[in-house]
Write a protein that binds this ligand. Structure first.
Ligand code: GFB
Length: 313
């Protein structure tokens, strides 16, 4: 990308999209375009197509998606499948029709089979069954990444995809019904401490293992790939380290200063037993994660404390 290239960030108000906009601005990219969901519904093919015909961006970061934690995904597979499939299909096709030079599609580590060997290599995609709690979302994301690969193969488009691990950071969704585990636990400990609750509920057994990456790291990797990668295979984006939910809960408890007890609620699902990405491909290109979990968590907790009113929907 040149500093004056026209760059469209789809999903700029979300956790990842907003971090990408921050990063582009910090790096001096001067022509970054965004459009609110109210003005443009990317699931609407005509609207998406008209937007691209008008704006003709040269580079596209496709970070628009319907996302949610384990419970939101399990409760609404149709919505997660439909919305994500439509967004990907409409944006990728419109970018192709309007001659975008490059598009970076963001997927998710949940595209991989539920029980695949760890750490997860890119080549394990479609080698076995998916995790049921997020199958609809995963299938839509697999379709998106395959679509980029097919458009590259058939039409010579410079479309690439990456699969970030579980992201967190400022601007995350802190709604306890629909959020991911890390923001949920930040909020639970924050409120439990403030209100003097005797216990905090942690969903599931605490045994599943997850890899958490600060969203600023993911945005940094996104810009790196846009500027340095031009291949048909998707690229894993992660830290290379995972923790159990039990360990995460104890870390967040210690950081929050909450002194009550943790209660594991086994009526809630565990989901995939482990999701740790093999990031050797990205590392070999010269990119490495920089934000450690403890530092990232501290920064996000401070952000939440500062913005709790707004974020605690
Ligand atoms: O982050 P999370 O919702 O999503 O849950 P997934 C991770 C683990 O944390 C699960 C446990 O084992 C949860 O049961 N957990 C413990 C909690 N306490 C809580 C809590 O208060 N809230 C939540 N949400 N979880 C999602 C997928 O899977 O990850 C998406 O559904 C996407 O498709 C995303 O891929 C990154 O890691 O299990």
């Amino acid at each position: 990308m040149e500093k004056d290239s026209k760059i469209y960030v789809a999903g700029h108000s979300g956790l990842l999209g907003s971090a990408i906009v921050r990063k582009l601005e910090a790096e001096g990219y001067s022509d970054v375009i965004t459009v609110s969901h109210g003005e443009l519904d990317l699931t609407d093919q005509r609207a998406a197509s008209a937007f691209f015909d008008r704006e003709r961006p040269e580079y596209v970061f496709l970070a628009a998606a319907k996302v949610g934690g384990i419970q939101a995904n399990a409760a609404a597979p149709a919505s997660f499948f439909y919305e994500n499939l439509m967004i990907s299909a409409n944006v990728i096709h419109a970018a192709y029709k309007n001659g975008a030079k490059k598009l970076l599609f963001f997927g998710s580590s949940c595209i991989y089979p539920r029980d695949c060997p760890q750490p997860i290599k890119e080549e394990y995609l479609l080698s076995d069954y998916l995790e049921k709690t997020n199958e609809g979302y995963a299938l839509a994301k697999i379709a998106g990444l395959k679509m980029c690969a097919y458009y590259r193969e058939q039409f010579g488009c410079g479309f690439i995809s990456c699969m970030p691990t579980n992201l967190y950071g400022p601007g995350d969704n802190f709604n306890l019904e629909s959020s991911h585990v890390l923001p949920a636990l930040i909020r639970k400990f924050h409120e439990a401490k403030a209100r003097g609750h005797r216990t905090v509920a942690i969903w599931g057994s605490g045994r599943p293992r997850r890899e958490f990456m600060h969203v600023d790291d993911a945005a940094d990797a996104g810009l790196f790939l846009m500027n340095n990668y031009d291949g048909g295979e998707h690229v894993n984006v992660g830290t290379g380290r995972d923790v159990s939910i039990h360990e995460l809960a104890h870390m967040l408890q210690a950081e929050s200063g909450y002194e009550g007890a943790l209660v594991f609620d086994r009526s809630k699902p565990d989901g995939t037993p482990q999701k740790l990405l093999d990031v050797s491909k990205l590392n070999a290109m010269g990119w490495k994660s920089k934000i450690g979990l403890r530092d990232g968590v501290r920064q996000t907790m401070a952000w939440y404390a500062e913005n709790a009113g707004g974020a605690a929907r």
